[in-house]
Design a protein around this ligand. Structure first.
Ligand SMILES: Nc1ncnc2c1ncn2[C@@H]1O[C@H](COP(=O)(O)OP(=O)(O)O)[C@@H](O)[C@H]1O
Ligand SMILES: O=P(O)(O)OC[C@H]1O[C@](O)(COP(=O)(O)O)[C@@H](O)[C@@H]1O
Ligand SMILES: [Mg+2]
Length: 459
């Protein structure tokens, strides 16, 4: 029977995760602030509650169990709510902005660039806006490109990043020297977990040099592996794109005798894309993710499961995240050490390996029966597309939130939705947080109930 809520609960003070402000470390010789130009913007007409105050917060934890004696644990935290401030720190005429994109592609990168440029220009009247080319290395190895709304007009309809991106090339001193010498006072850094770790270092160096430069992180990752925020932009578009690959795999498998459709999806250390694509498709018989180790042979293994599925249905669809099964694939010592320019471990192709293992298994156990594995690897197709409508809207809100925070003088922060509300989160916290699939919660149980796949726990 459901337990009645108990009135015996109390809220201990929440811990507000403050974000740094430039005045925290800069000598306040001139404490002048500026009235937000939105006051004069005929489209916005600020009314009561339009501006966000220091006291507006967003709770990280919003679901509680009120049975028994209850108090909010002191570990529960709140973040500053994102949005326009009535008084701003930067004079728009003297604001000089740099925007950079780093790491892998993700649908919506161009939209964020577009909305940063248009938002800074239209909402705040900033005119000195520059794009840094090809990731972190672009700060010191090339010339920034000046941007204006006309130049970025149609960007939301294009995949990729017009600024180009890269991995590696992180030279802290050269980057900060360049920010200083080029006179930038706001830097918007769009990237994933690696980029955010770099951004923390840039922010620390800027602070230790006491530079009047705001550093803002905008989290980007198609894998959805950045923690704290609800989800990363482009993720939904990628899941949608993955449906096409799964449908094709299903058609191929269904149209063959003992056909297996195998689809590999992105997900270096997290299986969010594979999981969401599986749940949306319902054509998937088994979903393999990095968070759940699996095995091939014997009782409860993948082969036994597929054998039964082929017997029942004549076909099966397998979705595998790129980071799954890496511990099973034989590799040379050199391959064990191989890293990309950013230091990320280079993975072997789990799809090709699985295909080969499946073929070996079938030939060994059923030498006289037809069997086919059709392997589809849509890797770059799911991330090199323009953002869908939902992601485009999300990118706009992210860009606007970032601008409002930076113009107010906040620094060393990341903006993103927390429980549906846009918040300012300390950069360092985001750089450390991971978002892995929680295999104990109902979503993973739901996958297993949809596919009826094994739990791969050896008894
Ligand atoms: N720990 C780190 N410290 C400084 N820079 C880093 C760190 N990790 C990654 N970077 C830099 O961040 C950029 C993007 O990192 P990468 O891991 O490739 O992509 P993502 O940011 O999408 O995870 C690269 O230029 C890389 O050199
Ligand atoms: O071939 P690339 O460009 O290194 O990208 C491959 C990687 O990029 C990703 O799509 C996203 O990774 P990042 O968010 O770290 O850029 C991974 O899923 C994948 O392993
Ligand atoms: Mg990454």
């Amino acid at each position: 029977m459901a337990q009645e809520p108990n009135n015996n609960f109390s809220f201990s003070p929440l811990k507000l995760q403050r974000i740094p402000h430039l005045t925290d470390y800069l000598p306040i010789t001139d404490s002048k602030t500026f009235t937000n130009p939105l006051n004069q913007n005929r489209f916005f007409r600020p009314t009561d509650g339009f501006y966000i105050a220091h006291s507006d917060i967003v709770l990280r934890q919003i679901v509680y169990d009120l049975s028994g004696t209850f108090s909010v644990p002191s570990s529960d935290v709140a973040y500053l709510r994102a949005g326009p401030r009535q008084q701003i720190y930067f004079d728009p005429h003297n604001t000089r902005v740099a925007i950079v994109t780093c790491g892998g592609l993700c649908p919506g990168l161009n939209t964020v660039i577009r909305e940063l440029v248009v938002g800074l220009w239209e909402l705040y009247g900033v005119r000195q806006i520059y794009g840094i080319q090809a990731g972190y290395r672009g700060f010191y190895s090339g010339e920034p490109i000046q941007l204006n709304p006309k130049m970025v007009h149609g960007l939301h309809k294009r995949g990729g990043t017009v600024l180009e991106t890269s991995r590696g090339g992180f030279d802290l001193n050269k980057i900060v020297d360049s920010i200083q010498s080029k006179g930038f006072n706001q830097v918007y850094i769009i990237g994933g977990d690696g980029t955010m770790r770099g951004a923390v270092k840039i922010f620390d160096e800027i602070r230790s040099r006491k530079l009047n430069v705001g550093v803002v992180g905008i989290p980007k990752t198609v894998d959805n592996d950045v923690g704290i925020i609800d989800r990363s932009f482009g993720f939904q578009t990628a899941v949608e794109m993955a449906q096409q690959a799964i449908s094709a795999a299903h058609v191929e498998a269904e149209s063959a005798v003992n056909g297996i459709g195998l689809v590999k999806l992105m997900g270096r250390s997290t299986g969010h894309i594979a999981l969401h694509a599986t749940l949306s498709s319902r054509d998937v018989d088994c979903c393999l993710i990095p968070e759940v180790k699996f095995y091939l042979e014997g009782k409860g293994g993948l082969f036994e499961f597929l054998e039964n599925r082929l017997q029942e249905n004549g076909h099966a669809v397998l979705v595998v995240a790129e980071g799954a099964g890496q511990d099973l694939i034989p590799r040379t010592d050199a391959q064990k050490e191989q890293r990309d320019e950013s230091g990320n471990l280079v993975f072997l192709d789990v799809g090709s390996w699985l295909k080969s293992e499946l073929n070996k298994w079938w030939t060994r156990d059923h030498p006289d029966e037809l069997f086919t594995v059709k392997y589809i690897d849509p890797t770059y197709m799911i991330r090199a597309v323009p953002a869908n409508a939902t992601d485009n809207l999300y990118c706009t809100l992210l860009a606007h939130s970032a601008i409002h925070g930076a113009m107010a003088g906040y620094t060393g922060f990341v903006t993103g939705p927390v429980n549906g509300n846009y918040a300012y989160i300390p950069l360092e916290e985001v750089a450390q947080a991971k978002n892995e699939v929680n295999t104990r919660d109902h979503k993973w149980a739901w996958v297993r109930s949809v596919t009826n796949q094994p739990d791969f726990v050896k008894s």
